[in-house]
Design a protein around this ligand. Structure first.
Ligand SMILES: CC(C)(COP(=O)(O)OP(=O)(O)OC[C@H]1O[C@@H](n2cnc3c(N)ncnc32)[C@H](O)[C@@H]1OP(=O)(O)O)[C@@H](O)C(=O)NCCC(=O)NCCS
Length: 274
């Protein structure tokens, strides 16, 4: 059956009408994304949907952040894996990316394919989640708003080279902006609860305070945060009720020379968007 279907697979531009089937596909892969979470990703991305007749059997998106893109939501229906569709989807989004720096967070399933396509490992991401606990911030944290977004986007650009003012604005419009010294964090609804991210700051103490304040806002609710393991905030996330639940491997293809910015990304927007 799968061989017959393989010959009939068409790749078409991913569009809004694919969202509800795409969220079913991601749930089949064990991911929590709702159609709204997909919709947020789609505001920054374009990509392809793999179709057999009118059935969605695969997805791949490329989020455009200027000189850097993140490849995301690479999924093949469980019944269609191991037959080359993942490689075909990746080829399509690599074409969309062109010569730009491509980043992604690989699952164990995806890692061998990405290595074959020339991606190399840059670090590990740890996924923490649980029922958030109130935690007193060690430095003063205030609530921000739309007027702070230019500064937040500049700190984000300095930290990781992505131009994503528009995305941060859309997240802030549905969530909360927290500020602490030369740092900020966003909190938004995601999956079954909330997600804290990004967390960008100049100093680790500011990042810890932002995570404490965000956990306090989410106290009692299911909350997730995705942390680059190298910054050592896992223990702090656990103290805020968010325990280790998995992770991924950060990878890059065509890396640009790194600009030494004065801020650091302590938590991702998401594994999809970096
Ligand atoms: C990752 C995923 C998209 C791959 O899709 P797929 O259609 O099975 O991939 P392909 O059939 O195109 O195989 C891709 C390549 O990886 C290779 N590969 C797969 N698993 C491998 C393994 N464990 N070791 C070595 N190579 C492996 C295949 O041999 C193939 O190589 P080839 O093209 O040189 O023959 C699919 O497994 C999936 O949807 N997983 C769940 C969601 C997920 O984790 N997505 C990745 C997000 S980052």
């Amino acid at each position: 059956m799968a061989d017959i279907l393989k010959t009939k697979i068409r790749l078409v531009p991913f569009q809004a009408h694919h969202l509800s089937d795409a969220s079913r596909l991601s749930q089949q892969a064990g991911w929590p994304h709702t159609a709204d979470d997909w919709a947020l990703i789609l505001t920054a991305s374009r990509g392809v949907a793999a179709m057999v007749d009118d059935q969605l059997v695969g997805t791949a998106l490329c989020a455009d952040f200027g000189k850097v893109v993140t490849l995301n939501m690479i999924i093949v229906d469980a019944t269609m894996r191991g037959q080359g569709l993942g490689r075909r989807l990746m080829g399509a989004v690599i074409d969309i990316a062109g010569p730009r720096e491509m980043r992604l967070i690989a699952t164990a399933d995806g890692l061998p394919l990405y290595e074959k396509l020339g991606f190399r490992v840059t670090g590990l991401i740890v996924q923490h989640q649980g029922i958030a606990l109130a935690n007193v911030p060690e430095c003063r944290v205030t609530i921000g708003g739309a007027a702070d977004l230019d500064r937040c986007a500049a700190m984000d650009l300095a930290a990781n080279g992505t131009r994503r003012h528009a995305l941060l604005g859309r997240i802030a419009a549905h969530g909360t902006v927290l500020l602490c010294g030369d740092g900020f964090a966003l909190v938004r609804p995601f999956g079954h609860g909330h997600v804290i991210g990004p967390v960008v700051a100049r100093r680790r103490a500011e990042a810890r305070a932002l995570i404490s304040a965000a956990a306090t806002r989410c106290a009692g609710a299911f909350t997730r945060i995705d942390l680059p393991a190298s910054h050592g905030l896992s223990d702090h996330a656990a103290a805020c009720g968010l325990t280790l639940a998995g992770g991924g491997t950060a990878m890059v293809r065509n890396p640009l020379p790194a600009d030494a910015g004065d801020t650091t990304t302590f938590a991702l927007v998401s594994q999809a968007l970096g």
